[in-house]
Design a protein around this ligand. Structure first.
Ligand code: HSE
Length: 429
């Protein structure tokens, strides 16, 4: 029986999950792949603490370089996350002719093209199913199952932490901070949770999905990114009264051969499938020209879901190694051609919340500025006052150009009758 030797870098939650699956499903994997997977070495900063799985402690090391240099190792699994030293480890492993599996979305989004070129040059594979929505096979589906399609749009709830916070705020009236603390305790928030709540993690994942879906070289800076920190319980409540849910959406759309790429809080009407994705769950909705609308739904983080994706990549690699792997598959396409639409050029409907003095002529002033900037109001509600003199005004607009709305808001925010900066949330139909 052929033996495939693995060097595992990162003995945290997901790494432990991979070891657990390889142990518990060894017979099945041997029958399926025609080989045995053997973890030859485990690299981690901490080689002392006990983990959720037992391992032969003699294979634990802090020396990543030694493992990458080991000629007996065929595959490196990188699960430490972050840019450095993960990038150096991966590049060196690829240069040494080792195949690499990673869950590192930040690294792929920031340096994916560069790493992809190294993999290709060295005729080795780089697989990363666990980097987006962990166990949901969304990357494999874009690369294989949906390959015959031209993808027209992607809408994703791809950050469990933000979705958990928004759900808790909406359903249980929990504060933002309290919900974030729970997400940290449950282990799905990033080490630096600003990556979650500022939309950056979603943007990394949208980068990976869009690169594969549109077979297009894009840059991380092409993705307009806004997080959920601007959303208050009040906005969630007002949106609810209007029949909408607020979700942090990762959106990619083909419009007139251009590409719109954006991550931001979004009002979705309650009858939409994505409005009903709750808690830490993820969902990715992909529209192909042949399949029509497809949706992937499930937990987007966690030990076994993420490890399941890593093992799927291992099985893929084993299959190609056993059948005599020669040529590396292209990881990221390098094609250019579609223009990226700037956020100021998008057209959508908007929710706008203003805090204005409750006195005659205020609405007329606001409506006048919106009208001058070609913004048509669909509905206006004045809510009960917070304090003596000012009250929240909630407006929904018809479709408008973002540049026009921003221009109007600059003027509105400067009116003496406006007491707080306007909150704007884009609406997705
Ligand atoms: N912090 C991420 C999330 C973990 O909350 O979705 C999974 O990538």
């Amino acid at each position: 029986m052929k033996q495939i030797n693995i060097g595992l870098i990162g003995f945290g939650t997901v790494g432990s999950g991979v070891i657990k699956i390889l142990k518990e499903k060894s017979l099945f994997l041997r029958q399926t792949c025609g080989c045995d997977f053997v973890i030859k070495a485990i690299v981690d900063k901490d080689v002392i603490s006990l983990r959720r799985v037992e391992v032969d402690r003699s294979i634990l090391t802090t020396d990543g370089k030694k493992v990458i240099d080991d000629p007996q190792i065929d595959i490196i699994i990188e699960l430490i996350g972050g840019i450095s030293p993960a990038k150096e480890y991966i590049i060196e492993a690829l240069q040494k002719g080792k195949h690499v599996i990673t869950a590192n979305k930040a690294l792929l989004a920031e340096c994916g093209q560069e790493i992809s070129r190294v993999a290709r040059k060295n005729s080795v594979d780089l697989l990363f199913e666990a980097s987006v929505c962990s166990g949901l096979p969304v990357i494999k589906s874009l690369k294989e199952g949906l390959i015959a399609n031209n993808i027209n749009a992607i809408f994703g709830i791809v950050n469990g932490t933000s979705n958990y916070i928004l759900t808790k705020m909406a359903e249980q009236g929990v504060s933002f901070q309290e919900a974030l603390n729970e997400a940290k305790l449950k282990g799905f928030a990033e080490k630096d949770p600003s990556l979650d709540v500022e939309g950056i993690d979603s943007s990394h994942k949208l980068f990976i999905l869009s690169t594969l879906a549109f077979r297009q070289e894009i840059r991380l800076e092409d993705i307009y990114t806004e997080g959920i920190t601007v959303i208050s319980s009040e906005d969630i409540k007002f949106a609810g009264e209007l029949g909408y849910t607020i979700k942090l959406l990762a959106i990619a759309k083909v419009i007139d051969n251009g590409l719109e790429l954006r991550v931001h809080p979004t009002l979705l009407s309650n009858d939409k499938v994505l409005s009903n994705v709750r808690g830490r769950y993820n969902a990715v909705y992909i529209r192909g020209d042949l399949t029509g609308d497809t949706i992937f739904y499930g937990p987007g983080a966690g030990m076994l879901p993420a490890a399941s994706a890593v093992v799927a990549d291992l099985v893929d690699l084993a299959t190609s190694l056993i059948s005599g792997h020669k040529e590396a598959k292209k990881v990221f396409p390098a094609k250019k051609g579609m223009s990226i639409r700037k956020i100021r050029d998008i057209e959508t409907k908007y929710y706008v919340r203003l805090q204005a003095l409750d006195q005659p002529g205020v609405l007329a002033q606001i409506a006048g500025i919106l009208g001058d900037n070609k913004i048509s109001i669909a509905s206006v509600i004045q809510k009960r006052k917070h304090c003596q003199e000012s009250a929240p005004i909630v407006m929904m607009t018809h479709k408008a150009r973002e540049a026009n709305l921003q221009q109007a808001l600059e003027k509105i925010n400067n009116l003496a009758v406006i007491k707080e900066k306007a909150v704007v949330v884009r609406i997705e139909e």
